[in-house]
Design a protein around this ligand. Sequence first.
Ligand SMILES: NC(=O)c1ccc[n+]([C@@H]2O[C@H](COP(=O)([O-])OP(=O)(O)OC[C@H]3O[C@@H](n4cnc5c(N)ncnc54)[C@H](OP(=O)(O)O)[C@@H]3O)[C@@H](O)[C@H]2O)c1
Length: 256
Amino acid sequence: MSDLFSVKGRVALVTGASRGLGKVFAKTLAEHGATVVLSSRRESDLQAVKDEIVKAGGKADIAAFDVQDEARAVAAIKAIPQKHGRLDILINNAGILRRDMLLDTPTEEFRNVIETNLTGAFVVAREAGRIMQAQNYGRIVNIASVMSILGRASVGPYVSSKHAIVGLTKTLAAELGPNVTVNSIAPGYMITDITEALQKNVEFSAMLEKRTAARRWGKPEDLSGALMLLASDASSYITGHTLVVDGGLTSVLAGA
Ligand SMILES: NC(=O)c1ccc[n+]([C@@H]2O[C@H](COP(=O)([O-])OP(=O)(O)OC[C@H]3O[C@@H](n4cnc5c(N)ncnc54)[C@H](OP(=O)(O)O)[C@@H]3O)[C@@H](O)[C@H]2O)c1
């Protein structure tokens, strides 16, 4: 059974690996034997994550780039198989969120979210996908959101970008098969920097805990099972799928 979920000897790129969900994705893959290439904009933050992984006996490397900087992203991703021999797994996770009602959202802000969360994810997946298709093996895991399914006031650009990630996932799955699978994980509300304002909002927090069958916020580690499934051979016949990991938030109307 453990072989089925093994990522031992695999080479993985994790974007947005400096903190939050991406940091835990990277550490989890490294703990299970993958060599992890850590990416985000600031090299110093990545160095700290790399040190943690190496101290725990794992293998990690750094490839800092802004997903909006196409030239740097393309060069950094091309360099991975040159340096590590392969690129087997992509966790396409870098993302931002801006809070504003749509009627108050400047176009530049809308574009910035779309350029990071959607165009950036496309560029990274395209480059990784080319490498994976040529080597006849790959696992692409895009990080979507419950905001890929639900709408919500005040986060319009984010909701738009995350709905589009589901379409990107399905299209890439159709084009990259049969040996490269492309899926998404759609997390619910998880405790990271991106949700800091909501965590401090007592009313929202109480509503969420009541509304969610799990009765609590998610922790980044709650995604580890979905990560290991979609990053390993266990998911070889799963592609184009969005796996919702939200404590039941979008499946049930919890709370009596
Ligand atoms: N937390 C949640 O409740 C939740 C729920 C559903 C989905 N998600 C999704 O999960 C992903 C990770 O979120 P998180 O909660 O871990 O957020 P976070 O703690 O704010 O981390 C975001 C990561 O993305 C990186 N990043 C941002 N803009 C970038 C850019 N232009 N180029 C390269 N890297 C960039 C950040 O690094 P730098 O700023 O240093 O570049 C950081 O490593 C996002 O796609 C988010 O939409 C989160």
